[in-house]
Design a protein around this ligand. Structure first.
Ligand code: 4FN
Length: 258
C-alpha cells in the first residue's frame, strides 16, 4: 500500500528526488510461528482478532533501529487510530518539523494495548468513520506532512497565502472559459482590479466558512487581531476601578462579534 497513490503525487516526485524517504515494514515478516500469524483472539472474549504484542514489538524495535541509524533519532511514533487526536493542520505542521516519524497501521480490531504503552505511541485519527486498516489514514497524514517539507511545493503557493493557512475554507475558483454552459464567471474576477479581487475572495471565504464550518469560523474570529477601539478619556464621574466581575467571560477587548 506504500507509497501507493503517493507515488503519483507531489509527495511521489519529492520521494524520487530524495527530499524525504519512506521505509515500509511488513508486520507479518516479524511473525515467528510457521503460520506467520500476527493476530490472536481477544482475552475476555468478543468478536474479531487483536494484533499480537510480541510481533508488533519486534516490528517497532526494527523501525526504531532503522530510524535511529538513518536519522539519528526515533522521532514521534504514531498509531493511526480512531481513538487519537484528530489530525489538523496544526498537528501536520508539528509533524513536518520532526526529523523522523514512525507510523503504525492496525488491522482487525486493533493492537494489544501493552504495545502502545511500551513504545509510547501517540494516537492520531483522521476522523470519525470506520476503516478496515490504518493504512489509508497513514497515506493522508504523509501527504499532508510531506507537502510542507522545504523544497516540495516550489513556488506554487507561498506559505500563508492559501485560505486554509488563515483558517478559512477556500473561496470559489474559476478558470477558462469565462462563459461556460450558460454560466458566467463573476465579473470582479475579470475586472483586473486586484484589490477588489482580494476583498471579494476574502468575503466569499468568510461567508462559506461561517455557513459550513461554525467550528472553523469561531477559531478564525478568535485568532483575528482585535479592531482598534478609541479610548475615551475617563471623566471623574465615569471613572471606575477595573472590576473583573463586570466582565465575567473575560471577553472585554476581544472581538467575538466582529
Ligand atoms: N480503524 C470507530 C469506532 C470504533 C472503531 C473504528 C474503526 C482499522 C484496526 C482501527 C478509523 C478511522 C479513522 C486510523 C471506528 C483510523 C481508523 C482513523 C482505523 C483496523 C483498528 C480501525 C470512529 C466510527 C466511532 C478499525 C468510529 N484514523 N476501527 O474504524 O484505524 O486513523
Amino acid at each position: 500500500m506504500f507509497p501507493g497513490p503517493l507515488g503519483h503525487s507531489l509527495a511521489g516526485r519529492a520521494l524520487e528526488h530524495g527530499t524525504w524517504a519512506l521505509e515500509t515494514l511488513d508486520i507479518r515478516s516479524f511473525a515467528r510461528d510457521k503460520h506467520r500469524s500476527v493476530d490472536d483472539t481477544p482475552f475476555g472474549g468478543g468478536p474479531g482478532m487483536v494484533m499480537r504484542p510480541d510481533v508488533l514489538d519486534a516490528a517497532l524495535e526494527a523501525a526504531t533501529a532503522q530510524a535511529v541509524a538513518a536519522r539519528g533519532e526515533r522521532g514521534r511514533a504514531i498509531y493511526l487510530s480512531p481513538r487519537g487526536r484528530v489530525l489538523d493542520q496544526d498537528l501536520v505542521k508539528e509533524l513536518a518539523g520532526e526529523r523522523s516519524l514512525i507510523l503504525l497501521c492496525g488491522r482487525y480490531e486493533g493492537v494489544d494495548e501493552r504495545v502502545l504503552e511500551k513504545h509510547a505511541l501517540e494516537e492520531v485519527s483522521l476522523g470519525d468513520f470506520v476503516l478496515s486498516g490504518g493504512e489509508p489514514a497513514a497515506l493522508c497524514l504523509i501527504d499532508a506532512v510531506v507537502r510542507l517539507l522545504p523544497g516540495v511545493m516550489g513556488n506554487v503557493e507561498t506559505a500563508g497565502e492559501e485560505s486554509f493557512e488563515r483558517g478559512l475554507l477556500e473561496y470559489p475558483h474559476y478558470t477558462r472559459p469565462a462563459f461556460w454552459d450558460g454560466r458566467q464567471v463573476p465579473a470582479v474576477l475579470l475586472s483586473g482590479d486586484h484589490g477588489k479581487v482580494r476583498a471579494w475572495r476574502l468575503e466569499q471565504a468568510e461567508a462559506i466558512t461561517e455557513a459550513r464550518r461554525p467550528d472553523l469560523w469561531s477559531r478564525y474570529l478568535e485568532s483575528r487581531p482585535a479592531p482598534k477601539v478609541k479610548k475615551r478619556r475617563a471623566t471623574k464621574a465615569a471613572a471606575q476601578p477595573s472590576n473583573p466581575a463586570d466582565d465575567p467571560a473575560g471577553t472585554a477587548g476581544s472581538n467575538e462579534d466582529s
